[in-house]
Design a protein around this ligand. Structure first.
Ligand code: CP
Length: 303
């Protein structure tokens, strides 16, 4: 396949190959010279219509480690402000002999639209509330690294499920790979259809969800995507759904703590948990480079 638009249409075997290839690139990244010549004939544009720290830097580093030529496009500061369309913008960039597009956009489906209209390979780096496939892949890689595998692993996804492309991509991926998934959060932030549609259980009681799981993937409250008040206050959210050290201590078990970032410290996750020995948050970020190298390498047909 030419694009990576989401996890939804991937097969279990595709995911396994990406994770295995990422493992090989992780070895490369441990060497003094963290670079291979694989994509030296490929030019990639990182097209970011929405803000990003981790994903943007991680893709750029992955491309540089693969020896690709890279261009970084941010909508702010570009001619998008003069009314240029997405398609015109991309076609102008592609006319300068660019081969692949890594794209983040606040509109769900933007990379799928682009895939119908341009000849280049597209990697979805997050589209609205739809999918964030490379985040789910790096999360899976990190769970494997921390716990030994995905089959039968109990993963709780906690927080703003409704607005989270990370949640949706993680659910698709974890279910395909044989993990069990529970989502937990306030009823206003969990879509009603999620249990029958996606085969995940809903547990509104955070303590019960934590007591059940091996891994807790804590999500950011995405205030920028909420056009109505869905919980009373950040303080009350923290008291009811914030992952706290006292809560974890009361369980008498070890749970791996994940968060895709950026963290709202003291809202969905307290600092003494985010910065504890149980947290693999910075491992997730580290693994993102190897996983994105694997995705770009495989889409370029280099396997
Ligand atoms: N996890 C993630 O996508 O972070 P950024 O928005 O900073 O890229």
């Amino acid at each position: 396949t030419k694009h990576l638009l989401g996890i939804k249409n991937l097969q279990k075997e595709d995911i396994a190959i990406i994770l295995q290839t990422a493992g090989q690139f992780r070895e490369v990244l441990q060497r003094p010279v963290k670079k291979v010549p694989s994509l030296r004939d490929v030019t990639i544009v990182n097209l970011f219509y929405e803000n990003s720290t981790r994903t943007r830097i991680s893709f750029e580093l992955a491309e540089k480690r693969l020896s690709a030529d890279t261009i970084n496009f941010a909508a702010s500061g570009s001619s998008v402000s003069k009314g240029e369309t997405l398609l015109d913008t991309v076609n102008n960039i592609l006319s300068m002999k660019v081969d692949m597009v890594v794209m983040r956009h606040s509109a769900s489906g933007a990379p799928h639209f682009l895939a119908k209209h341009i000849p280049a390979a597209i990697v979805n780096a997050g589209d609205g509330i739809n999918e964030h496939p490379t985040q789910a892949l790096l999360d899976a890689f990190s769970i494997q690294q921390a716990t030994g595998g995905l089959e039968g692993r109990k993963v709780a996804i906690i927080g703003d499920i409704m607005h989270s492309r990370v949640a949706l991509s993680n659910i698709y991926l974890l279910k395909k790979m044989g993990a069990e998934v529970v989502v937990s959060g306030p009823p206003t932030l969990i879509p009603k259809y999620i249990e029958p549609a996606l085969g995940v259980k809903v547990e509104y009681d955070l303590k019960k969800a934590l007591a059940w799981c091996d891994v807790a993937n804590v999500l950011r409250i995405q205030l920028e995507r909420q056009n109505q008040v869905l919980f009373s206050s950040l303080r009350e959210y923290n008291l009811t759904y914030g992952v706290k050290k006292s809560l974890l201590d009361s369980l008498n078990k070890e749970i791996v703590i994940m968060h895709p970032g950026p963290i709202n410290r003291g809202v969905e996750l307290d600092s003494d948990v985010a910065d504890s020995g149980h947290s693999i948050i910075l491992n997730q970020v580290e693994n993102g480079v190897a996983v994105r190298m694997a995705v770009l390498y495989l889409l370029a047909g280099r396997n």
